[in-house]
Design a protein around this ligand. Structure first.
Ligand SMILES: *[C@@H]1O[C@H](CO)[C@@H](O)[C@H](O)[C@H]1NC(C)=O
Ligand SMILES: *[C@@H]1O[C@H](CO)[C@@H](O)[C@H](O)[C@H]1NC(C)=O
Ligand SMILES: *[C@@H]1O[C@H](CO)[C@@H](O)[C@H](O)[C@H]1NC(C)=O
Ligand SMILES: *[C@@H]1O[C@H](CO)[C@@H](O)[C@H](O)[C@H]1NC(C)=O
Ligand SMILES: *[C@@H]1O[C@H](CO)[C@@H](O)[C@H](O)[C@H]1NC(C)=O
Ligand SMILES: *[C@@H]1O[C@H](CO)[C@@H](O)[C@H](O)[C@H]1NC(C)=O
Ligand SMILES: *[C@@H]1O[C@H](CO)[C@@H](O)[C@H](O)[C@H]1NC(C)=O
Ligand SMILES: *[C@@H]1O[C@H](CO)[C@@H](O)[C@H](O)[C@H]1NC(C)=O
Ligand SMILES: *[C@@H]1O[C@H](CO)[C@@H](O)[C@H](O)[C@H]1NC(C)=O
Ligand SMILES: *[C@@H]1O[C@H](CO)[C@@H](O)[C@H](O)[C@H]1NC(C)=O
Ligand SMILES: *[C@@H]1O[C@H](CO)[C@@H](O)[C@H](O)[C@H]1NC(C)=O
Ligand SMILES: *[C@@H]1O[C@H](CO)[C@@H](O)[C@H](O)[C@H]1NC(C)=O
Length: 466
């Protein structure tokens, strides 16, 4: 688990001021408005008791979007010329760009000009990225170029996030892909995919490439393609056997990709599974599941086996059954049944090795129930219900072991599951209502949510961080 511990984020005064010399008050003006900050030792900040400046430590006991995360990193209240507050850690002055001293703006669009930084009398540019270290709850980041739902998001080895395809405004099948750079908060368009597709899978291979498989445009697809982040381009690879969407794809510990189940309008529901070998670029059939399944889950257990749960079968009835794939034999074995039949649910491997299944739809209603699979006994036990019923939501296992569940089924609500107490607690609402979105864990540990749809405007281009 990587967390941002930024040792160089320490305020220093760029010129050493003698203890006896009073620092000048800082004032600057923009649009003919002038603000003067009084430099006083009583309100000084950040690890430099010798400097007189107006930085205050942020108030961490307030709720809301612009307050500091309670953390060991103290956060300070930086102000713009318009007295807008930004909380960020102390930052070494020498790494900060200075603001244009006439327009009070920053060359970089990812910074804001702050005038009370304790960095000499020159206003400096505070990177928005630094403010993320102090935010808590959900906060917006830049919009995608395309609004999309039923898309994919993959965190690449360089930390950028690749978003692909999906359905766009007007029920358009998207062939576009874009990259989000968490270090700048900027989206850039990358190469178009060879096929427009939605409801497909994306798998990060061990060589850093991303495999897209199946999905649909006007009809289900058997095609697959690879993204090379070093060139930003897509190349086709061999076709799967059977066009399918609403399948799963899991990267096994041996590097192969296991595709299971899915739906093909003409052929119906698949019980078949196949393996993609990145070293040869070929697909081979592996054992069939005991059940045909669509809108199921697949989770890689710590022992390398793959747990498949629920979904719907060819009679469109939600399943409570589950089965295990053994990569060493290429065979499936049934395991304990879930307590609830469900599809459009989630399945996540917790840090204790158990699998948490949440929500979904049983054919009659959307579920708030959750249950745990114990790989050592092959059994399911119910755990506390979520506060909200959800399907088409996202689940992210955080680095502290807690589990963040977000959105789905007409909501912007989010809640946290604590595996040690088996309890759910509500956390801040997302800024947008969304279902059919994606959630990825960035290398910083933040959760990054993109797109999806709400009930008002439909397809979303927005993205937010938690
Ligand atoms: C800080 O301000 C106080 C009061 O204005 C002054 O007595 C003190 O010398 C100043 N300290 C420095 C380092 O300038
Ligand atoms: C800074 O501003 C305060 C309050 O306006 C004033 O009392 C003080 O003399 C100023 N200091 C300098 C160095 O101008
Ligand atoms: C600033 O004030 C001057 C004179 O008062 C005026 O000519 C100018 O247009 C003003 N600038 C802005 C940006 O308001
Ligand atoms: C921080 O906010 C809380 C809640 O509004 C308030 O009670 C407290 O006085 C504030 N603390 C400071 C240092 O401003
Ligand atoms: C800036 O805002 C704070 C409250 O957030 C207020 O206490 C302070 O007086 C304001 N300063 C100026 C120069 O307007
Ligand atoms: C503004 O910046 C320019 C170049 O960066 C510098 O030469 C000039 O002295 C600065 N003016 C003030 C008032 O700081
Ligand atoms: C900042 O944004 C403006 C307008 O959106 C754009 O023209 C400019 O190229 C951007 N600058 C950088 C460094 O990204
Ligand atoms: C993002 O897109 C939404 C909807 O299209 C729009 O309302 C919002 O202003 C955009 N935000 C930014 C920062 O461009
Ligand atoms: C990508 O695809 C879109 C939509 O089909 C098209 O408008 C655009 O020109 C394509 N871009 C490139 C670089 O081929
Ligand atoms: C993949 O399947 C599509 C449609 O079924 C077909 O047009 C294409 O030629 C196939 N590609 C390969 C490499 O077999
Ligand atoms: C949209 O609203 C309908 C009726 O209120 C609800 O059944 C459905 O789940 C909602 N869908 C989403 C994605 O919010
Ligand atoms: C989240 O939003 C719902 C509905 O809009 C509202 O009832 C609830 O109080 C909000 N929760 C929080 C923690 O803000």
């Amino acid at each position: 688990m990587r967390s941002i511990v930024v040792l160089f984020f320490i305020i220093s005064v760029s010129s050493v001021q003698g203890q006896t010399t009073q620092l000048p008050n800082y004032s600057c003006s923009e649009n003919n408005a002038s603000i003067q900050f009084t430099l006083s030792s009583s309100s000084h900040s950040a690890l430099n008791s010798a400097s007189n400046c107006s930085l205050q430590q942020c108030n961490t006991s307030l709720n809301g979007n612009n307050n500091c995360r309670s953390s060991s990193t103290p956060c300070f209240d930086y102000r713009t010329i318009n007295n807008i507050s930004y909380c960020a850690p102390g930052i070494l002055c020498s790494i900060l760009e200075t603001c244009n001293n006439i327009t009070q703006t920053c060359l970089s669009n990812n910074s804001v000009c702050v005038i009370n930084s304790c960095c000499s009398s020159q206003a400096v540019c505070l990177p928005f990225l630094a403010t993320q270290m102090c935010e808590r709850g959900w906060f917006s980041t830049a919009n995608m170029t395309n609004a999309r739902e039923y898309h994919t998001a993959s965190v690449l080895t360089d930390g950028k996030v690749l978003v692909t395809g999906g359905l766009g405004i007007g029920f358009i099948f998207l062939n576009s892909a874009e990259l989000y750079d968490p270090s700048t908060g900027i989206w850039t368009v990358t190469g178009n995919m060879t096929n427009a597709r939605y409801y497909h899978t994306a798998s990060l291979l061990s060589d850093g490439k991303v495999l897209l498989a199946g999905g649909a445009d006007i009809s289900p697809l058997n095609s697959a393609e690879l993204y090379d982040s070093s060139t930003g381009t897509w190349t086709t690879t061999l076709n799967m056997t059977g066009a399918r969407y609403s399948h799963t794809a899991s990267v096994l510990t041996n590097g192969k990709v296991l595709v299971t189940g899915g739906y093909n309008g003409n052929v119906g529901f698949f019980n078949s599974a196949q393996l993609y070998d990145p070293s040869t670029g070929t697909w081979t059939a592996t054992g069939n599941m005991n059940n045909a399944r669509v809108s199921h889950t697949a989770s890689i257990l710590p022992n390398g086996k793959v747990l498949v749960s629920g979904g719907a079968d060819s009679s469109h009835i939600a399943l409570n059954s589950a089965e295990l794939y053994d990569p060493s034999t290429g065979t499936w074995a049934t395991t304990g049944n879930m307590n609830n039949a469900r599809r459009y649910h989630t399945g996540s491997v917790l840090s204790n090795g158990k699998v948490l299944v949440t929500g979904g739809y049983n054919g009659v209603s959307v579920l708030n129930s959750a249950e745990l699979y114990d790989p050592s006994t092959g059994t399911w036990t119910t755990t506390s219900n979520m506060n909200n019923a959800r399907d088409w939501h996202t689940v992210s296992v955080l680095s502290n072991g807690q589990v963040l569940v977000a959105g789905g089924y007409n909501g912007n609500s989010a809640e946290l599951y604590d595996p040690s107490t088996s309890t759910w607690t509500n956390t801040n609402n997302m800024t947008n209502v969304r279902a059919y979105h994606t959630a990825s864990i960035l290398t910083s540990g933040l959760v990054f949510v993109t797109g999806g749809s709400d009930n008002n405007t439909g397809y979303l281009n927005s993205a937010e961080l938690y």
